[in-house]
Design a protein around this ligand. Structure first.
Ligand code: PAF
Length: 252
């Protein structure tokens, strides 16, 4: 597994690459969910790449950019032995010093759900993903369905810009409690984690029309969880809720 941080080193390796390449874009703090994306990448292409980059453009001023968990050593340990060929772990300056093209997410998809409380978030995601595609030139890129709105926005971007990459959706990986795996679960105490499992239960019951939004809000509030949204769009149901200061999302 080769690990590079500079664009020059990346380009040097990729010019000699003639097999199809699959990319798993991540912000690090890897968990089983990410590792399942690597497995899918391996099934798609002969050369598997993982990017690890905490992208400042997709964090709002009051969000967790500075405290977002960063542990490259531990991430590389998790990837070792999985059959990953290349890890690209650039610094902010590597990615943004040359003023990359700014990409606007489709407002019809971006101005709902997470986009309402995180203005500019999806533009930041699109800008970095476009830049990673430009630098790494994958034939396939694997995105988890946990961030379903992100997945739809990236699919839309690929279509609008006619990019030669196939976006491969990957199913959500959950703990046995139902809690969707997320790097942000690291912020939760044991009791918060227990409470957070109810987010998935409420989501399923609302999706099946067993409860309404007021019941869901009160139920979660009694557990110390603040509901941000619980809505149906595009044949799916989406939730965002705060457990303490940790914002979690899920969908079914
Ligand atoms: O889903 C993520 O981890 C990030 O939004 C992504 C796609 C790696 C872009 O920074």
């Amino acid at each position: 597994m080769q690990v590079v941080s500079s664009i020059v080193d990346l380009e040097q390796i990729l010019t000699h690459q003639h097999t199809k390449m699959a990319l798993v874009p991540t912000m690090g703090a890897l968990h089983e969910g990410h590792l399942s994306l690597v497995e899918i990448a391996k099934s798609k292409a002969g050369f598997v790449m993982v990017s690890i980059f905490v992208n400042p453009l997709q964090f709002g001023p009051n969000e967790d950019f500075t405290k977002y968990p960063r542990d490259l050593r531990s991430d590389l340990g998790k990837l070792a032995g999985l059959g990953v060929d290349l890890v690209f772990a650039p610094e902010v300056a590597d990615i943004y010093q040359s003023k990359p093209k700014e990409i606007m997410a489709n407002p019809q998809l971006a101005n709902i759900l997470c986009g309402l409380s995180r203005p500019g978030h999806f533009d930041g995601v699109c800008t970095v993903v476009y830049r990673l595609f430009e630098l790494m030139n994958p034939s396939f890129a694997i995105f988890g369905e946990k961030d379903y709105q992100q997945l739809m926005i990236i699919q839309d971007m690929v279509k609008s810009y006619k990019l030669a990459v196939e976006i491969v959706p990957a199913p959500i990986i959950r703990e046995s409690s139902g809690l969707a795996l997320s790097s942000r679960n690291q912020y939760l105490s044991d009791s918060q984690k227990l409470a957070a499992a109810n987010i998935h239960q409420v989501l399923k019951r609302f999706a099946n029309d067993e409860i309404d939004i007021n019941f869901a809000r009160d139920f979660l509030s009694k557990l110390g969880i603040e509901l941000e949204y619980l809505e149906k769009h595009f044949a799916r149901t989406y939730i965002a809720a705060k457990v303490g200061s940790t914002r979690l999302i899920d969908n079914v």
